[in-house]
Write a protein that binds this ligand. Structure first.
Ligand SMILES: Nc1ncnc2c1ncn2[C@@H]1O[C@H](COP(=O)(O)OP(=O)(O)O)[C@@H](O)[C@H]1O
Ligand SMILES: [Mg+2]
Length: 202
């Protein structure tokens, strides 16, 4: 059996849940392991590849399909991709999953879960206050839908876990799927697990 070519770690979750934070933490951890990874962050994509798109269902779906398309191109060539966009609709996420898996690459859906009251308290970008006051229409989780994943590979609960704990769960899943190998000596000790990249089988 040949191993999957590359992978896409697909973060989904409400604004402020921790997608960008975890994407950055994961990328630096994987980089240390010698893996080539690229981050496709929702906010950043909206300022270039998806410039001009709004927040209607149609525009949101288009944005996600574009991120999915680029992820597919990279993942099928052996790269690791970390996509971090709200991606509120289950159907489009599942569509992206199918296109990536059809290339023999892995799709690892990570549900970045956090209760809305905690998000409103964090209010990283000051948007919840406005949304809850009715000043922003089409705000996911407040005035626009968010469909939770039904069977994600990983669930992180960012109101209960540290960034390191959440990132670790994803690293463990990548290890389980054969993209990383844990150093047994370190795994037995209390020190953080050191991970090395498993070279592509010849
Ligand atoms: N376990 C965790 N994982 C990710 N972020 C966390 C966690 N715990 C607390 N946070 C905090 O939550 C906020 C998440 O913001 P951000 O990553 O910009 O969210 P998003 O990209 O989902 O909109 C940051 O301020 C981060 O420090
Ligand atoms: Mg973000």
């Amino acid at each position: 059996m040949t191993r999957p070519k590359g992978f896409t770690v697909w973060f989904t979750g409400l604004s402020g849940a921790g997608k960008t934070t975890l994407a950055t933490a994961l990328a630096s951890e994987l980089g240390l392991c010698g893996l080539k990874v690229e981050i496709l962050d929702g906010d950043e994509v909206r300022s270039n590849l998806s410039k001009g798109l709004g927040f209607s269902k149609e525009d949101r779906d288009t944005n996600i399909r574009r991120i999915g398309y680029v992820s597919r191109l990279l993942a099928r060539n052996g790269a690791g991709v970390i996509a971090a966009a709200i991606s509120p609709y289950r159907e489009v996420r599942d569509e992206v999953r199918r296109t990536i898996e059809s290339e023999g690459a892995a799709f690892i859906e990570v549900f970045v879960k956090c209760p809305i009251d905690v998000l409103a308290e964090r209010d990283v970008k000051g948007l919840y206050k406005k949304a809850l006051a009715g000043e922003i229409k089409e705000f996911t989780g407040v005035s626009d839908p968010y469909e939770e994943p039904l069977d994600p590979e990983v669930v992180v609960e960012t109101d209960r876990e540290t960034i390191e704990q959440s990132a670790r769960k994803i690293v463990q899943e990548l290890t389980r799927q054969g993209f990383l190998r844990t150093d047994r000596e370190n795994a037995r000790s209390q020190t953080p697990i050191r991970i090395e990249h498993v070279p592509e089988a010849a």
